[in-house]
Design a protein around this ligand. Structure first.
Ligand SMILES: [Zn+2]
Ligand SMILES: [Zn+2]
Length: 432
């Protein structure tokens, strides 16, 4: 192993479905090809418009000699639009680094919910509650456990099945920009669609003005239309497009004012019930545009120490993370792309796991007459009831308030031993 060891960067062993360019400096979704279509659909008509105006300035000085500012504004809007498109598309949308191992015992103890569904079907050796309750401004919000990323999703995060990552404040996966829209690129996305709307309206209006000027020249507007196919095309194209991008801009303006994501709007219908994240229109707008963007949690160009563990996706590679250092890579979320490296079915993966490192933490027990092991819970695990409170939806400052009895100390000791053998892990769902 050491003979063939060659340091590799995180993006080279990334387990999501993303595509990287420029040595990991740019990250896109797997459908990045559609970005080029979007660029073409914006740049093509914009270029046609600008060339047309430029040509008119030079060949019809009588009517268009003072159109330089109109040309400059057209060029500026088109460049701005493309810039926002690339800013949306080429950066980390807010990917939550995967865990190398399932959440630690502390987290488990803190997450007992009164009615638990257990994550066990696909991970029979684990017993994790499927959801965890988090209180946000007096509302209970459930956060789900992600089987692929091995973590409780941060508040408002969701797993993008196209990119195969959990994304913070997941809005949607946009096929036009070929990227997830999440906490780190939402404002660029909004600026992109609103600039596109303005650009469409600008080209539409200016093309109509050109036709109206020509109408004086040719006698009727119809004859002017017959003589200017580029303007005809631009009028039709922009008229159709403006409904799409304008509608989208209106919709997202509404979402921003009410502090919803597209995902939440479709899934939870916060417009029909109280939205725990809304702070009032002005504060919601401020949150969307005037707060500091959280830094990326993934350093795609950082070196990952040993790729034989087969795991990637964490910004802080688990140097000592040999607790469950499997020979095979595990991807346990079914029906999700990204398990490309391994076509093993789960039972096969579990058979191939090297459990030697688990011994310290494994607690053997008898479940339904069969011997089973459970290194996450003690026998009286379910007695505690712990709920997390979030003030003002400030996800960084999760206060934990306990109610009910704590479980015994055995899992904590075990947890300490696990922690001793593991490096800093990805931030837990609770502190996002
Ligand atoms: Zn996930
Ligand atoms: Zn995505």
């Amino acid at each position: 192993m050491s003979d063939t060891y060659k340091p590799r960067r995180l993006y080279q062993v990334w387990r999501g479905s993303n595509k990287f360019f420029c040595g990991g400096r740019l990250i896109f979704g797997p459908d990045v090809a559609s970005l080029f279509l979007s660029i073409f659909l914006i740049a093509g008509p914009s270029l046609a418009f600008c060339i047309k105006v430029y040509w008119r300035i030079h060949h019809d000085a009588l009517h268009f000699s003072n159109w330089y500012p109109i040309l400059a504004l057209g060029v500026g809007l088109a460049l701005l639009d493309l810039m926002f498109l690339l800013l949306t598309s080429g950066g980390d949308p807010g990917i939550v680094p995967r865990n190398l191992t399932p959440p630690e015992t502390d987290e488990m103890l803190d997450s007992n919910t009164p009615s638990m569904e257990w994550v066990s079907g696909r991970t029979p050796h684990l017993r994790l509650p499927r959801t965890k309750d988090v209180v946000v401004n007096g509302h209970i919000v459930k956060v789900k456990y992600c089987d692929t990323c091995l973590l409780y999703r941060p508040l408002r995060a969701s797993h993008c099945s196209i990119c195969n990552n959990c994304v913070q404040k997941f809005d949607h996966h946009c096929p036009w920009v070929g990227q997830c829209i999440g906490i780190r690129n939402y404002r660029f996305f909004f600026m992109f669609i609103s600039t596109s709307t303005i650009l469409c309206m600008y080209v539409l209006v200016m093309s109509c003005v050109i036709i109206s000027i020509d109408a004086d020249k040719y006698g009727t507007a119809w004859r002017a239309l017959e003589h200017d196919f580029i303007s005809d095309f631009l009028i039709v194209y922009c008229f159709i497009s403006v409904w799409f991008v304008g509608g989208l801009t209106c919709f997202h303006s509404y979402l921003i004012c009410t502090n919803q994501t597209t995902y939440e709007n479709f899934r939870y219908r916060y417009d029909k019930k109280d939205n725990p994240f809304s702070k009032g229109v002005l504060a919601n707008i401020e949150e969307a545009f005037f707060t500091r963007l959280p830094p990326s949690q993934n350093h795609f160009r950082s070196f990952v120490p040993d790729m034989d563990t087969g795991f990637a996706g964490s910004a802080t590679p688990n140097i000592g993370g040999d607790l469950a250092a499997p020979k095979e890579k595990i991807d346990i979320e079914m029906g999700v792309k990204g398990g490309e490296e391994s076509s093993y079915s789960l039972p096969e993966i579990l058979r191939n796991l090297d459990y030697d490192g688990l011994e310290d933490g494994i607690k053997f027990g008898d479940v339904d007459g069969k011997t089973a092991f459970d290194f996450l819970f003690s026998d009286d695990e379910g007695k505690g009831s712990v709920r997390q409170s979030v003030a003002e939806s400030d996800t960084k400052s999760v206060r934990q308030s306990t109610a009910g009895s704590e479980s015994d100390a055995a899992p904590r000791n075990m947890n300490a031993s696990r922690r001793a053998s593991s490096s800093p892990r990805a931030p837990s769902s609770a502190d996002q």
